[in-house]
Structure formats: structure tokens, C-alpha cells
Design a protein around this ligand. Structure first.
Ligand code: SAH
Length: 602
């Protein structure tokens, strides 16, 4: 019945929902039954963990109908909702089949799907989107990958359908996936119409819908400008009469994965960029219109633009625009009879997220960090940190390393991303504060490897231990402060000592990271002595151990009473400046550093 029918995942998580799930699958020819291993036998796709499985499907754009509590689905997909485009239908069905609830993708087929299922199960579809109740069709919000060329016509066309007037429907592309456009009144007559086409057409009476059936293959010399490539593509499509709105993806050779122009082109078209190896493109040689020995000598395949377009559009596709060239770029277009799903074509540019997860568990992590982790296939990090994100890491490949093997871990993360994978390099607190972000750039800089240079790197900020610790104990920072690591593994002690001296003279609030280790016990007493030379013995000190984690312990003491025996490597030590005070209320001691408001009050 629908664009997505072939791939709908009907999920049963336990025996109670098994029968309803089978009945739903029977209502949706082509859908596959997914069952939780150990609880459901005899299904098409077994899976081990529900949350991870649903998240994976959702991330891949697969419609999900799950016989389980809505909350399970909401929690599973929540970290992915940052990307509004990634919204296939998600439907929760109660085990008795009485309630069918479209949770997401209401305008991308979920409402229709829910109604269809509810009718089959003799249950109720709980539709919550406005307007949809009457028409069951959101013309201005078509499925993922489709574009509306003239959205202003959505209203008159929908009004005509709602008024019971006839509306014309013409489908010239993606015939097999246009059944979502169904409403009483659609036919061959009417003042208004709907036209599904990949051609660049204009109309004041027809709503033009462009389905994603064109694969745009591109190539370019190193450093070609985005403007040149965009102009070449725009001119070529216009000359051939094809609509930009029907371009499903930009495809190229993996060597081009870090070419700005290719990504700018894809971003401009609002489609993904996907890449193929030379061997994959070479396999297209028999279908090329312009095979080239020169290109083969340079790249290992006889064509880039044409081959990438064909490889992306698939075996049944035809090359509708042969290679066109500008000074530094090439493009070609292949057309598929069916809508294309870019997520399943070639590989994306590898991604490395350098993620700070905050000091503790789920509550101290940002939404952006959770989202990066959710969209990663691989997680690399120290075991303790991977344990802290266990709630969102099921189903991902975890590469846990030893604490000291930082360089090995960073190299591994870069290697995985260079293969086209999405990798999160997981750090506690903030990734740029005594953590691995620097090493990423140091290695990229020093090694200058083509594979690493192609990776798209993003650094995701996190709440650092000093912020978590200060907040728990009041507001000890809130004025000029500095952070000093007392570890002399990477920095010689005399340098550290000089910085402590400067911080003491400057009257900075100081956060000491790595204050002690099993073998290092002397640095903290030395730091204490230096600071005591410049601020009162009564200066408040916060000892914060395992902030945000199990066994969190916050103690407020004084510089004079600071005892290294109370401090370990899971503690951050915050020392106030000469103005810092404490106040006790309801038995709790708070430390705070005035910012000078008092002088204004006088
Ligand atoms: N990138 C981290 C720091 C890592 S260095 C951040 O931004 O917080 C390791 C040191 O950080 C530890 O020795 C300890 O001093 C401090 N630390 C990290 N997490 C902590 C936590 N949850 N509670 C207290 N201190 C912590």
C-alpha cells in the first residue's frame, strides 16, 4: 500500500505480543517480522536488544510497528530526534491490538499505516495530527526524500479533495512507491491535479511532487570550488530537463569523500553524499558511455561521475545524462524506476565524534553527546566511560581500552572512521579538558594520512568535572578561575609548580584535576603549601569524588585542613580564592565566591 511497505519492520518483544505482531505482518505484504531472541521463535529477523534494534532501524529510515509500550519506542528513538529528516513512521500497538498509536512520522505514512492496521485488527488508530483526520494525506509534507516543487498548491488541491471535488493524478516516476497519494476523488479529471515526476515542470494547477529517483554522480579535481560544481550540476539538470528535487543523493569515488565541493553540493540539494571504492566503480565500466583510460590510470576506475551515478542507482537504472564537464568538475545522472534509499547505497564519509559525556551518567550528558553516540556504529573509550553510557550503547561495537593506552585508542578510532564508519571517541567530562580531543588533532596533523584526512571530525562539548563539582557545593567558581592537572606524566613537575605559583599570586580559584594517584602523593601537599602562602588558611576547599556517579561524595573543608588522604584519582579538588566563603543552611555547607556585588550594595 505504500512507499515503505517492503521494508516495514513489525516487532514482537515478547510472547504476549507475538500473535498481534503476526496479524499485523499479515496485513502488510512485504513487511518482515522481527522477534526478540529467546522469546520469539520463527521470525524473519531475530534481534537481541529491543532499544538498540529499534534505534538502528529508525536511524536507517525503516518504518517501525512494534507491539510494545509506547515508552519503549520513545526512549529508543529520543536521542535521534535531533535530525528532523530522519523520521520514518514509528507506531506502537498494544498487545491486544486494541490501540494503534502513530508516535512519529504521522505525515510520512504513519497515520495511514496506523489506520490500515487498526482496521485489520478491529482496533482504534489514535491519530493526533491536525487536519490529517479529514484527508489522511499531507501533501505539503511528503515521505522522506520527496520534494514538493510548488507547495503553495498543496492547499487548493487538499481543499478540492476535502470538498469532494475530483482531482487529477498523474504518476510519471516512482510508480511503485506512489500509493501513499491516495484519497477519494483522485482520478483522471479535475480542475486541480497532482503530478509525480522527476522532470522540471511548472504548473499553476498541478501540485508537482518530485520522488527521489535520480542518482547524481560527480567527480572533481582537488580543490574545485563548490560554486563551479553546483553551477555544472544546475546547468546539466536544466539542459536535460530534470528536477533538482528528484535527486536522491550525490555519489562519488571514496577519494573524494573530503572534497568540500561535493559536500556543499549535497548540502545545497538537501541530500546525502555517498561514496564507492574504485573497485565498485570499475564494475560499472560496461555500462559507461565515456570510459577513460586516463581516469583509470589516476583512480583505478574507468569513470567517476557516470560510474558513481550508475552504481548508486542500481542494476536496472539507466544513464539519463552522460558525463558533462566544467574546468575542474564532472557530473552524470542515472535514473532508477523506483525511489532510492541513500542510506543503503555506498558508504558515507567516515565520522568521528569526539564526545565529552559529562562527569557522570545519563543526567550529566548533553543531548548533543547522546545524539552523537546514538548515531555511531562504534564506540571507543576507557571501559569505565563506556559503562557510563551503557544505557545508550546497546547494539554498538564497543572498543574498550586500558587507561594508559590513549594513543592506541585514538588511532583505532581514526582507523574505524576512515573505513566510513561513525565512531564516538568517548571521554569523561569535556573531551578537550585533560582528555583525548587534542590527541586526535595531533595525530591527524603529524601523520597526514589520506584516510584520516577524509574523516569528518566533530568535537562535542561536555560538562567538565570542575563544573559538576562546583555546582554540587554551591558556587565556588563564578569568578576568575583556572584548572591545573597535578599529573606529571605529560608535564614536568617544575612547570606545574610554576603554574600553581602564578595561580596563587593571581588569586585564582583553582580546580586541581588528577590530584593524586597511587604512586603520586606529594603534588597535592606541595600545591597546598604554595597556595597557603597567598591566601588564608580558612580558604574553603571542595573535594568532589565521583560527581554524578554511584558513590558521589562532596566534602567542604579548608585549605589548612586539606588532607591528601581524603583525595583519590576520582576526585577533583576546588580551592577558593581569598574572597571565597561558606554559608550553612539546613545543615548543608555551601561554598561561594563573591563577584563583587557586595561593594555595590554598600
Ligand atoms: N575530561 C575530564 C577530565 C579527565 S582527567 C573532565 O573534563 O572532567 C581525570 C580527572 O578528572 C580525575 O583524576 C578527576 O580529578 C577528575 N574527574 C573526572 N571525572 C570526575 C568525577 N565524576 N568526579 C570527580 N572528579 C572527576
Amino acid at each position: 500500500m505504500d512507499v515503505i511497505q517492503q521494508t516495514i519492520a513489525v516487532i514482537a518483544v515478547n510472547a504476549a505480543g507475538r500473535e498481534t505482531a503476526s496479524r499485523i505482518a499479515a496485513l502488510l505484504p512485504g513487511a518482515r517480522l522481527h522477534g526478540r531472541t529467546g522469546r520469539i521463535d520463527d521470525c524473519d529477523v531475530p534481534f537481541a536488544e529491543t532499544t538498540a534494534h529499534v534505534r538502528q532501524l529508525f536511524g536507517d529510515g525503516v518504518p517501525v510497528v512494534a507491539v510494545c509500550a509506547a515508552g519503549i519506542l520513545i526512549r529508543a528513538v529520543a536521542p535521534l530526534l535531533l535530525d528532523k529528516r530522519a523520521e520514518p513512521p514509528v507506531i506502537a500497538v498494544s498487545p491486544d491490538g486494541a490501540s494503534v498509536v502513530p508516535l512519529l512520522g504521522g505525515h510520512h505514512g504513519a497515520n495511514r499505516l496506523a489506520r490500515h492496521i487498526a482496521a485489520g485488527l478491529k482496533g482504534h488508530a489514535a491519530i493526533t495530527t491536525a487536519g490529517d483526520v479529514a484527508l489522511g494525506l499531507a501533501l505539503d509534507d511528503p515521505p522522506r526524500g520527496w520534494h514538493v516543487a510548488n507547495p503553495a498548491l498543496a492547499k487548493p488541491v487538499a481543499s478540492a479533495l476535502l470538498a469532494g471535488e475530483p482531482v487529477r493524478l498523474a504518476v510519471d516516476a516512482a510508480r511503485g512507491q506512489s500509493a501513499w497519494i491516495s484519497a477519494p476523488g483522485l482520478g483522471t479529471e479535475g480542475a486541480f491535479g497532482i503530478h509525480v515526476t522527476d522532470r522540471a515542470v511548472e504548473s499553476t494547477r498541478d501540485l508537482i511532487l518530485h520522488p527521489p529517483v535520480l542518482a547524481l554522480g560527480v567527480g572533481c579535481s582537488r580543490g574545485a570550488t563548490a560554486d563551479e560544481l553546483k553551477a555544472l550540476v544546475a546547468d546539466s539538470l536544466a539542459d536535460a530537463g530534470y528536477a533538482q528535487g528528484s535527486v536522491a543523493l550525490v555519489a562519488s569515488l571514496d577519494l573524494k569523500a573530503d572534497e568540500d565541493a561535493v559536500h556543499a553540493l549535497a548540502a545545497g540539494l538537501g541530500v546525502p553524499a555517498r561514496f564507492f571504492t574504485p573497485a565498485e566503480l570499475e564494475a560499472e565500466t560496461p555500462r559507461l558511455a565515456n570510459p577513460s583510460e586516463v581516469v583509470f590510470a589516476e583512480t583505478g576506475c574507468h569513470g567517476v561521475a557516470e560510474a558513481a551515478a550508475l552504481a548508486a542507482a542500481g542494476p536496472g537504472a539507466e544513464l539519463v545524462l552522460t558525463k558533462r564537464k566544467s574546468a575542474m568538475a564532472t557530473c552524470a545522472v542515472a535514473r532508477s524506476a523506483a525511489a532510492l534509499h541513500p542510506q543503503r547505497i555506498g558508504r558515507p564519509r567516515g565520522r568521528l565524534f569526539v564526545v565529552g559525556i559529562g562527569p557522570g551518567g545519563p543526567a550529566s550528558r548533553t543531548f548533543e553527546a547522546a545524539s552523537a553516540i546514538a548515531r555511531s556504529s562504534d564506540l571507543v573509550g576507557y571501559k569505565l566511560y563506556l559503562d557510563l553510557i551503557a544505557d545508550i550503547s546497546a547494539g554498538k561495537t564497543c572498543h574498550a581500552g586500558a587507561m594508559k593506552a590513549e594513543e592506541t585508542r585514538v588511532r583505532q578510532a581514526l582507523d574505524l572512521a576512515a573505513e566510513g564508519r561513525s565512531v564516538s571517541l568517548v571521554c569523561s567530562g569535556d573531551a578537550g579538558i585533560y582528555a583525548m580531543a587534542t590527541l586526535v588533532f595531533e595525530l591527524i596533523d603529524r601523520e597526514d594520512l589520506p584516510g584520516w584526512n577524509r574523516i569528518e571530525v566533530s568535537v562535542i562539548p561536555g560538562i567538565s568535572a570542575l563544573q559538576g563539582a562546583a555546582a554540587r557545593a554551591g558556587a565556588i567558581i563564578n569568578h576568575d578561575f583556572c584548572a591545573i592537572s597535578l599529573s606529571d606524566l605529560l608535564t614536568p613537575w617544575p612547570h606545574i609548580e610554576r603554574r600553581i605559583q602564578a595561580a596563587a599570586e593571581g588569586d585564582f580559584v583553582v580546580a586541581f584535576y588528577n590530584p593524586v594517584s597511587k604512586r603520586r602523593r606529594e603534588q597535592l601537599p606541595s600545591a597546598r603549601r604554595i597556595l597557603l602562602g597567598h591566601r588564608p588558611a580558612s580558604t574553603p576547599v571542595v573535594l568532589a569524588r565521583n560527581v554524578g556517579r554511584d558513590g558521589e561524595r562532596i566534602t567542604v573543608t579548608t585549605l589548612d585542613a586539606l588532607d591528601p588522604a581524603d583525595v583519590d584519582m576520582l576526585t577533583v579538588v576546588l580551592v577558593g580564592n581569598s574572597e571565597t566563603r561558606t554559608v550553612t543552611r539546613a545543615g548543608k555547607v555551601w561554598a561561594y565566591t563573591p563577584r563583587g556585588y557586595a561593594s555595590k550594595w554598600e
